[in-house]
Design a protein around this ligand. Structure first.
Ligand code: CDP
Ligand code: MG
Length: 833
């Protein structure tokens, strides 16, 4: 008695209300997931012709006739004048010289590895060679070739290119299939798909029945899905002795793959590139002896004051670059560079100098250099779109009569895609702003200049639980070399690396395979969803396996958050998490936000946790910035502060004053835009999983109730939790594992002397000298009780035991008692028993 009154009144009301109104949808949810398999079932694009015994003979006859037809059609195209011209181009590619060697190797071995310089014709030609040789030997109608691509955009653009080369429409012999989209017909014999799609097919068709060839492209990237697929294929080979597997990679470590597949032979396609001169930041400085002058100082936001108007700048190109370079060096503080990959991104903030430097370089190239396209490597689409916006406002670079400005990234439209490969007429300079997609998987032939920002952010758009890695990090030496090489395809070129040589020297030789750098939690969920048996056993068979301890930690974490049960099987929650390609903690928030009808703000919270901190804190205006953030801090929550800031931005953006709003409130406009589009993306993922319907407004009934939001945030961030211990003047924080911890100075909670809540949930711990917590939200006892741990799993006992552990640790007998009294009520409310 008395204790129950501590239970947050609001929350109880919601729970009982929700328990009633949601019982339908929950039943629905449970029954749908219990039939398993179905939630992944493909849209039927994969079904193979499956002849019944009685009509087998007839079918064979049909296949035979169709095979002969295909052969004749192909001959006719090759003899036509367009076909001949296309053939000439195809025969000019380096891959053509190795055609016979390649086909021979494939016919004699189950696994073949093919490597060659980017642009030599691996992706567009080799699948075609195989297809053509099948058609020539009158097996055209019965072959089925699948070629996987790490990115949906390459699957789409390559299949279209091949159809053109074959004088066909997409969807005839050649098709593609990516998540939620595909063009494929009855006659399609060569199918390009993302690696994730093939993994999904394996889920329902373990033996890849009817498939004759699997080509895995871009294996040098060592993407998680590709490494994953290789394990699965390796296991499949003995069961399917007739299946042929072809692995394709840019020039790299063929031996590693060869020995993984028991000494499989490899074919190397020789290539050629012109020399490329590369500049590092300080090279330019040294050769010009330029020193920073007063005129080109930058102000706090990195906004240049004078260079455009200052005539002296237009004169000497080298010193112009040097000045911009020196600005960049000063503002980026490279002297403090350490080997860590998580380095301050200030250099590439659009409001800052990195963008100015790029703009400057582009302008100089356009003014002074020989013709040729410019390829700019950026970290991701958000950077690209901000830079594009900036350049469009430039009097020269933004003039379509002089510059063709294009973006090349994973989610671009297909019309834009085609423009990338075309050569502009009339002295127009083509500038392509690209992600690392243009490093190896897309080749733009006329590039002569490359600008390399030195960072990359891999964002995967393929679901099936590929966790996007959203923090940009330094690229590897191999990537830098690849980027440089893009400038020398048609003639000698130039490459500007926008980082000093010392930074380059500290780059890793190769990038770590994704399987070793992605959060293992998501990987474990994926293994489980594909029913691949014991997680640690499966991972021990990888090309390079993650550490056992790391695997165990991940499994343990998944159990704690309720995604796996004690016997390591997926729970209902776990199954939903495998469908959301975000970290489990973010996935949990999305799911609960959807169930509790408060999705709008939760989408903002989740998107906010996936982009770089939108609250800017320039060193010399720290106080002003903190004061600006404090306006949003009413709720003792950094997460809710962001929601407020975002809401304000949305209104301002609608009134076309978004930029001013950001400026005034020390917010990054770029992050705000990134949040805006991530929200859309998460929303469509939730629609895909069936958790919400497309009318999103029906899922926002409770969206402005702060306590409910705290609950959902707690549900996601648990077990990231610390207790608030008040003393006379202020408070201290403790976690179970680390003891005393501190708040990061950017946190809204760091400025308060009192937090009227007993707990904080946090997103991340950072160890500097002591441990600091980033982004926290204050929560009440009742929220922790009800939402900490494993609510949806239904394992109330386990949940209570675990929380009991916390309470005992913090020695709060009152709370422990409250547990007992709440147990029964909880059981009834949540109908979990
Ligand atoms: O896969 P790899 O990097 O070896 O080369 P590819 O993608 O097969 O491209 C071979 C050549 O086809 C490139 O050099 C481009 O010139 C050309 N290509 C094109 O013109 N349009 C496309 N959509 C794709 C390739
Ligand atoms: Mg390729």
């Amino acid at each position: 008695p008395g204790l129950q009154s501590r239970v947050d009144g609001h929350l109880r009301e919601y729970l009982s209300h929700k328990a009633k109104s949601n019982s339908d949808s929950r039943d629905n949810l449970l029954s749908r997931t219990s039939s398993n398999g179905n939630i992944f079932a493909d849209e039927g694009l994969f079904e193979q012709p499956e002849p019944r015994p009685q009509i087998q003979a007839a079918m064979e006859k049909v296949f035979w006739i169709r095979s002969v037809q295909m052969h004749t059609e192909q001959q006719a195209w090759q003899d036509s004048s367009d076909g001949w011209r296309m053939g000439e181009f195809r025969r000019s590619l380096p891959a053509y010289k190795e055609k016979d060697a390649i086909l021979n190797a494939i016919s004699q071995n189950q696994v073949v590895i093919i490597s060659g310089e980017t642009g030599c014709g691996k992706t567009t030609q080799i699948p075609q060679y195989i297809l053509e040789s099948e058609i020539d030997s009158l097996r055209g109608a019965t072959c089925s070739i699948i070629c996987t691509q790490p990115r949906r955009i390459s699957a789409m653009s390559v299949s279209e290119r091949i159809a053109t080369e074959r004088g066909e429409k997409l969807g005839e012999t050649v098709g593609y299939k990516v998540r939620l989209e595909g063009i494929k017909g009855r006659d399609t014999r060569l199918l390009f798909c993302t690696t994730g799609i093939l993994l999904r097919r394996l889920l329902v068709d373990r033996n890849l029945k009817g498939v004759t060839h699997v080509i895995v492209d871009e294996i040098h990237e060592r993407g998680m899905n590709e490494d994953f697929l290789l394990i699965v294929l390796k296991e499949l080979l003995p069961r399917r002795p007739d299946l042929r597997v072809v692995l394709m990679s840019a020039t790299l470590d063929a031996d590693l793959f060869s020995s993984y597949f028991g000494g499989a032979p490899s074919v190397k396609i020789p290539g050629f590139t012109h020399p490329v001169h590369s500049y590092f930041l300080e090279d330019v400085l040294e050769t010009t002896g330029y020193r920073l002058s007063a005129e080109n100082q930058i102000d706090d936001y990195g906004q240049e004051k004078t260079w455009k108007s200052n005539k002296q700048f237009i004169k000497k190109r080298k010193s112009q670059i040097a000045s911009a370079v020196e600005e960049a060096l000063v503002s980026a503080d490279f002297n403090n560079y350490s080997q860590q990959t998580r380095i301050s991104m200030s250099c590439w903030n659009p409001d800052c100098i990195g963008f100015n430097l790029i703009e400057f370089l582009l302008f100089t190239i356009c003014q002074n250099e020989k013709p040729g396209a410019v390829l700019v490597f950026m970290t991701g689409w958000d950077d690209i779109s901000s830079l594009k916006e900036k350049l469009q406002a430039h009097p020269h670079l933004g003039d379509p009569a002089r510059v063709l400005l294009l973006a090349c990234h994973g989610s671009m439209a297909s019309t834009e895609q085609r423009l990338i490969f075309e050569k502009p007429e009339g002295g127009v300079r083509k500038i392509v702003l690209a992600t690392n997609i243009a490093e190896t998987s897309i080749t733009i032939d006329d590039v002569v200049f490359v600008i390399d920002c030195g960072k990359a952010k891999e964002t995967s758009y393929d679901a099936l639980n590929n966790t996007p890695c959203l923090l940009p990090s330094w690229i590897s030496k191999v990537s830098a070399k690849q980027r440089r090489g893009r400038a020398g395809r048609v003639q000698p070129g130039e490459c500007y690396h926008l980082y000093p040589r010392c930074v380059y020297n500290a780059f890793a030789d190769y990038q770590l395979p994704e399987i070793l750098r992605t959060p293992l939690q998501s990987l474990c969920l994926q293994i489980k969803s594909l029913k691949l048996g014991s997680i640690s056993e499966f991972l021990s068979k990888a090309l390079q396996s993650p550490e056992l301890l790391a695997v165990q930690n991940a499994i343990e974490y998944l159990k704690v958050i309720g995604a796996l049960d004690e016997s390591e099987d997926l729970t209902v929650l776990g199954r939903y998490l495998t469908m959301l390609p975000v970290e489990p903690k973010l996935g949990k928030m999305l799911i609960l936000g959807a169930i509790f009808n408060c999705l709008d703000p939760i989408l903002t919270v989740v998107a906010g946790l996936s982009v770089r901190d939108p609250f800017l804190a320039p060193l010399d205006k720290k106080d002003l910035a903190e004061a600006a953030k404090a306006q949003f801090s009413h709720a003792h929550s950094d997460h809710l502060a962001l929601v407020r800031a975002y809401e304000g931005w949305k209104v301002a953006e609608y009134e076309l004053t978004g930029h001013e709003y950001c400026w005034k409130n020390f917010l990054s406009a770029q992050s705000m835009k990134a949040i805006y589009s991530l929200r859309q993306e998460f929303q469509s993922l939730l629609i895909d999983t069936g958790l919400i319907d497309s009318n999103i407004t029906t899922h926002n009934t409770w969206s402005y109730d702060e306590n409910l939001l705290r609950a959902v945030i707690c549900y996601g961030l648990y077990p990231g939790i610390c207790s608030v211990v008040h003393n006379e003047k202020s408070f201290s924080l403790k976690t179970m594992e680390d003891g005393q911890v501190h708040l990061h100075s950017n946190s809204v909670n760091a400025r308060d002397s009192k937090i009227p809540y007993p707990w904080l949930v946090f997103n991340e711990k950072i160890k500097v000298n002591s441990i600091f917590l980033r982004d926290s939200t204050a929560i009440s006892d009742s929220v922790l009780l009800l939402f900490g741990g494993t609510l949806l799993k239904g394992d109330i006992d386990g949940h209570l035991k675990m929380l009991g552990g916390y309470l005992e640790f913090f020695m709060d007998p009152g709370l422990a008692e409250m547990y007992q009294s709440l147990r029964q009520e909880l059981d009834e409310l949540l109908q979990c028993k």
